[in-house]
Design a binder for this molecule. Structure first.
Ligand code: CAA
Length: 415
């Protein structure tokens, strides 16, 4: 019998402070339209040292448990991250202790830049689909703090967040098309963070090329399998139009627009047997804009208010989409593209569950964003210049976890 597997519930955590992206532009002497229209950003989360990837992951995981996930049924805990805190001890292990989860579970972290969360989700899904889970559930956490350094080109594309996913045989939020995905990977240096550095290094424009090349390969792989399994039909129009919505990894919102246009153009060129001429390109432009507005834009609000959260970004798009349109999308198939620099990527799909809207409304998305504090650019600069082990200024708010200092080379957490 085919087992249904997917996301049963989700929750997220964001830092308590943010900057308005227009304030950052003005402070850097840049036209604010570059950041708002050129990159598609509105606000950017600012993590203090206490809000590291462990603290964010544990807070998101705790919220998932508060939504009703039964800890005694969890047999698998995997954390996707590229901003881990120890070369040996995984974040999963810290979270297991902080949330007092059972000891009879598999725990590990997955790392491949922003793709690490999807690697964890796929491992959890296949663990359940294979029968190895024997009816148990999996908790998947995606947690990261994105830092590029002050006054760099990457500065307006920072952010931080964690998303917690409960993966099970009751996919109330999103039933995944198990085994129906396309992968693309390559050895490239588009974005990396050498050991010991807090800020990432990036070859920005090249990283966008790598992203689009990976997307082309991964989408083609998914499409070929989807056609073979008759999940989509051959058509004159780009097959991506058969997906109700398409979610992309969102390093900045404009990237999702470029990505969707590239998927469409590749299919149109394939059909035409070569590059489109100027007239065909001019005719495609308004259609691509309309398709972006209906298929992609509804997923971007949350990302535009948080910024890049590396492994968590794709799952923030999912949260944002279902927050906005969960009820109307019930029963419809959506596509998801995960990209991690370096690079690894995967295009996959799933069907939105009938209880998705109800599950997402339980999170209180707006309340979590509204309780954040807006900070000035000097205050943001002060926070980013704090050493990683700066002492906590205040006790963590109710229900949240914070890094509280290192004792005898062991990291401690409070909350
Ligand atoms: N008004 C409106 N738009 C303006 C403008 C203005 N006054 N001035 C510039 N723009 C537009 C530009 O035309 C451009 O838009 P298009 O790409 O559509 O032409 C956009 O604003 C950005 O301008 P630039 O390309 O000149 O910006 P930049 O070179 O300063 O930096 C960046 C952009 C390379 C993305 C940089 O922010 C960066 O390096 N970010 C980090 C890397 C990144 O996010 N890469 C994405 C792919 S890799 C990945 O996805 C993994 C990951 O998470 C890191």
């Amino acid at each position: 019998m085919k087992v249904r597997v997917g996301i049963e519930a989700l929750a997220f955590a964001v830092p308590h402070r943010y900057v308005e992206i227009e304030d950052l532009a003005r402070a850097r002497g840049v036209d604010p339209n570059k950041f708002t229209q050129g990159l598609g950003a509105r606000q950017m989360a600012v993590a203090e040292p206490g809000e590291d990837a462990v603290a964010l992951a544990a807070t998101a995981g705790r919220r998932l448990l508060a939504l009703g996930a039964d800890p005694s049924k969890i047999g698998f805990l995997a954390v996707g991250t590229e901003t881990g805190v120890d070369h040996s001890k995984p974040i999963a292990s810290f979270v297991q202790g902080l949330l007092k989860l059972p000891r009879t579970m598999r725990t590990f972290d997955t790392q491949h830049a922003c793709y690490g969360g999807t690697a964890a989700l796929m491992a959890a899904t296949e663990w359940i689909a294979s029968g190895a889970g024997a009816g148990r559930t999996a908790m998947v956490l995606c947690a990261d703090v994105a830092r590029y350094g002050l006054s760099t080109a990457g500065e307006p594309t920072q952010g931080a967040a964690a998303v917690a996913l409960l993966v099970s045989e009751s996919p109330d939020v999103l039933e995944l098309d198990v085994g129906l995905s396309g992968s693309f990977s390559a050895d490239v240096h588009d974005f990396w963070r050498p050991v010991g550095r807090r800020d990432a290094l990036v070859d920005g424009h090249y990283s966008m090329e790598c992203y689009l090349q990976a997307l082309a390969g991964a989408y083609r792989g998914w499409r070929d399998r989807a056609l073979a399994r008759e999940v989509i039909r051959p058509s004159e129009a780009p097959t991506s139009e058969q997906l109700a919505r398409v979610l992309y990894h969102v390093p900045f919102c404009k990237m999702a627009k470029k990505a969707h246009a590239a998927v469409r153009l590749a299919e149109l060129e394939e059909r035409a047997g070569g590059p489109l001429d100027e007239a065909a390109l001019a005719a495609e432009a308004p259609v691509a804009a309309a398709r972006f507005a209906s298929q992609v834009a509804p997923s971007l609000d949350l990302c535009s208010r948080i910024g890049n959260a590396y492994t968590a970004s794709l799952y923030l798009s999912l949260t944002g989409l279902l927050h906005a349109q969960g009820a109307e999308l019930a029963g419809q198939r959506i596509g998801l593209f995960s990209y991690g620099s370096g690079c690894a990527s995967e295009f996959f799909s799933g069907v939105v569950g009938k209880r998705a809207a109800e599950r997402i409304s339980a999170i209180g998305v707006e309340a979590l964003l509204e309780r954040r504090e807006r900070v000035s650019i000097p205050e943001y600069e002060r926070i980013l210049s704090l050493p990683p082990d700066a002492p906590l200024a205040n006790d963590p708010p109710e229900g949240e976890v914070r890094y509280a200092g290192t004792v005898d080379h062991k990291r401690t957490y409070r909350g």
